[in-house]
Design a protein around this ligand. Sequence first.
Ligand code: NAI
Length: 269
Amino acid sequence: MARTYVITGSASGIGAATAEVLRARGERVIGIDLRGADVEADLSTAEGRAAAAAAATELAGGVVDAVIACAGIAAPIAKTMAINYFGVTELLTALLPALRASQAPRAAVVSSMASLQPVVPALVEAALSGDEAATLAIGDSLAAQGPEVGYANYSSSKRALSRWVRRASISSDWAGSGIPLNAVAPGTVTTPMTKDLLATPEGAAMVDAAVPMPLNYHQPATSIAYLLAWLTSAENTHMAGQTIYCDGGADASLRGDDVWSWNDPAPRA
Ligand code: NAI
């Protein structure tokens, strides 16, 4: 029987590709986006998120089998925190009752390689504490210092999101309700978000220095769509809290081979 998927950012890029892959497999997709979607809503505001969750739940007849949160922006402004963090966490939380009504509920969100980049810890902590007003105030003050400092709104939104996924995934709300919750972190995906940046050799070189992709270079949106489709399928029964780096080898290039020794006992003299 077809599963019902709610996908944010369904009008463009990764969200659109994921909607297409799932529809082609015969699944039912309810898209949420600013425009060009089944549910038109602004996920940067609390009202928009609540309205989106209510409308999607109604269209789904009260039962949502999976939520895939792709909507996001990369601008060096506080609104990036509002959409990429609260626009995901609050929407997912609002959709929990409809997910719990499913036989095999799943959720996945889109983080980024930016989760590994420098962040502003106070901004990440403010988001994780759930205080949106404090988060936006810090984000605004960073944005006022120019785009380079303001970029921390993007990296911090993705670090906070990946940390929230680890926290929430093992809580009674998610693990306790039998709902696998995970994130994907793409490398450089050719979508409208990166089009202008990749249009010049200088822009592409800057991106490639930050996100080296030895395996197959820049990736199509479908490379992420197939992974999101699996993470939110009934086949995924035990993966929880992970951020899966699907990035042409960027994470392995940047963090190297040893991401395990953090917990090793100090060597004995
Ligand atoms: P995109 O720009 O093609 O699509 C983003 C979609 O989100 C658009 O349809 C847009 O209308 C929607 N959206 C933006 N603000 C919204 C709001 N306030 N309310 C509702 N919908 C809103 O971008 P793309 O590349 O598909 O990005 C999707 C996700 O993937 C984002 O979270 C992005 O941060 C992440 N990502 C993208 C990468 C890339 O290289 N393109 C790399 C790593 C992560």
